[in-house]
Design a protein around this ligand. Structure first.
Ligand SMILES: Cc1cc2nc3c(=O)[nH]c(=O)nc-3n(C[C@H](O)[C@H](O)[C@H](O)COP(=O)(O)O)c2cc1C
Length: 191
């Protein structure tokens, strides 16, 4: 891997607040193709992505917020307004689900979820490398079955894993110190 590519990995930051322009068709295809390189036990390809482009986001937000309310989850007018104002600027939402595929009993569910998470991380990095910013959110009713079903992800066959908002950052992401990896790494010597 070239130093430049590694520099991108070291400098990625999430940006919740993104605006148009989002990636071009060609750029989006490359971003999504990068997800196909995620590690994947058993080649199950469990990741599923649903693109919600800007012209459909308002409609989706209406239906998701209605489903959240119908499920009895707390949703203050302030929270609803801030969610709508966030989404009004977002050029692209990528809804993420993990397909469970009950026909395969060898690979446990958590490994499929990990593969899907790895695919999302690859998307975040690819978007960053192309000059865009992204943000993985498990808000907007991610854990409300009726919200996932709006997108065709029934809870029997899928685990809905939220949304990636993708676009041009509204403000330049601030550099943020990351923890020293040494705090998280030990060497086992067997002694
Ligand atoms: C699975 C997953 C779900 C997340 N959901 C939310 C969320 O709903 N709201 C939120 O503020 N951050 C959420 N985050 C965290 C942000 O996406 C982001 O990682 C965090 O703000 C730290 O920024 P960084 O990626 O630049 O370190 C989530 C992260 C992951 C991995």
């Amino acid at each position: 891997m070239s130093a430049t590519a590694l520099d991108y990995l070291l400098s990625r930051r999430s940006s919740k607040f993104v605006q148009a322009p989002g990636p071009s068709k060609d750029e989006l295809e490359r971003i999504l193709q990068s997800a196909m390189s995620a590690p994947d036990h058993g080649q199950l390809r469990p990741w599923r992505f649903t693109l919600i482009h800007q012209d459909a986001i308002g409609n989706f937000a209406d239906r998701a917020l209605a489903a959240i309310k119908a499920a009895g989850l707390p949703l203050t007018p302030e929270k609803e307004a801030s969610t709508r104002s966030w989404l009004a600027q977002v050029p692209l939402l990528i809804a993420v689900a993990c397909r469970l595929d009950h026909s395969n009993t060898k690979i446990p569910e958590h490994e499929r979820m990990l593969a899907t998470g790895a695919a999302v991380t690859t998307i975040l990095n690819a978007a960053h490398m192309l000059g865009y910013a992204a943000f993985w959110s498990t808000g907007l009713g991610t854990y409300v079955d009726d919200v996932a079903e709006i997108l065709g992800y029934d809870s029997l066959d899928y685990r809905f894993m939220g949304y990636v908002a993708l676009g041009t950052p509204i403000s330049t992401p601030q550099w943020q110190a990351r923890p020293d990896h040494n705090e998280f790494v030990t060497v086992w010597t067997g002694a």
